[in-house]
Design a protein around this ligand. Structure first.
Ligand SMILES: Nc1ncnc2c1ncn2[C@@H]1O[C@H](COP(=O)(O)OP(=O)(O)O)[C@@H](O)[C@H]1O
Ligand SMILES: [Mg+2]
Length: 269
């Protein structure tokens, strides 16, 4: 294992060990090491094209993301070769950056199936101003912000124990951002969720480009992904400040540290 998480707040639910992934015949992720504990909100920063979405799509188990090295452990079980449905049933959920259109599948039908009767889709949709969208095919003709809200609605319906969000704020207009941010916050907290989880709470991995979502979530740890590997970790607000003031240059020096024989230690945020 590359590095060791802090003990105390919860159990180590996700461990990514030396993971390398090929997409479209090219290695996009190289030797990624990351651990996530229940009760923790983790934020992943990184420049465009560094492999952030690839990492989340690989954790979710989508086809086309070929693991060539390493493994993904979820709650002590090796899930590297499990399919998306199996992972979803275990309590893993993802808000995609660019979800596909589901022609012939109405949003309301999908949400109803996902809530398994626990929650009424109408009430959930109302909170995200999506009432008129329930009879529309998922994502078909939706604007960027509408897609984000639709993804959030579906994820709220699934209520997974391990929540992954790929740029939840991008494309959301300034009027909706408060609603989306609050709903994201609500989704990340609490101990009641679908899947197996100890009492120390849900866990999450949130990709943010702008850092705007940090105004709504209590982020515990931050990571920076550069050139296909997790290069730095630290206090998420401090990392965001560094990125805002210095760009991603620091990432390169972190990358050099990452390759040193000393394994990186995650610092308490
Ligand atoms: N299906 C694909 N085929 C070929 N290259 C891909 C594919 N998906 C992603 N990539 C490449 O992998 C790299 C990482 O992409 P991505 O994970 O989307 O980055 P990020 O989310 O950090 O912006 C990019 O160079 C991108 O072009
Ligand atoms: Mg991306």
């Amino acid at each position: 294992m590359g590095w060791v998480g802090i003990q105390g707040k919860g159990e180590n639910i996700l461990e990514i060990e030396n993971l390398s992934v090929e997409v479209g015949g090219r290695e996009v992720l190289h030797d990624v090491n990351l651990s996530v504990m229940s009760g923790y909100t983790n934020v992943l920063f990184g420049p465009n094209g560094s492999g952030k979405s690839t990492l989340l799509m690989t954790i979710m188990g989508f086809g086309g993301y070929k693991v060539t090295k390493g493994r993904i452990m979820f709650q002590g079980e090796d899930i590297t070769h499990k399919n998306v449905a199996e992972r979803a049933q275990m309590g893993i959920g993802l808000m995609m950056q660019r979800p596909p259109n589901l022609v012939g599948v109405q949003l309301g039908t999908l949400v109803k199936t996902m809530t398994k009767g626990r929650v009424k889709p109408d009430a959930l949709a109302k909170e995200l101003d999506l009432t008129n969208f329930l009879t529309r095919d998922v994502n078909v003709g939706f604007s960027g912000g509408e897609i984000k809200r639709s993804e959030l609605l579906q994820l709220t319906a699934q209520n997974p124990c391990f929540v992954m969000l790929d740029e939840p704020e991008s494309g959301v207009d300034i009027v909706s951002i408060d609603k989306v941010g609050t709903k994201v916050h609500d989704l990340l907290v609490g101990t009641s969720c679908a899947g197996k989880m100890d009492r120390s709470g849900k866990a999450s991995l949130v990709i943010t480009h702008t850092g705007q979502i940090l105004d709504y979530v209590n982020a515990d740890r931050g990571y920076v992904m550069c050139k296909g590997t997790v290069a730095c970790s630290g206090n998420p607000r401090e990392l965001l400040h560094e990125i805002r003031t210095k760009g991603y240059d620091e990432c390169i020096s972190c990358n050099i540290r990452r390759r040193s024989p000393q394994p990186l230690k995650i610092e308490e945020a």
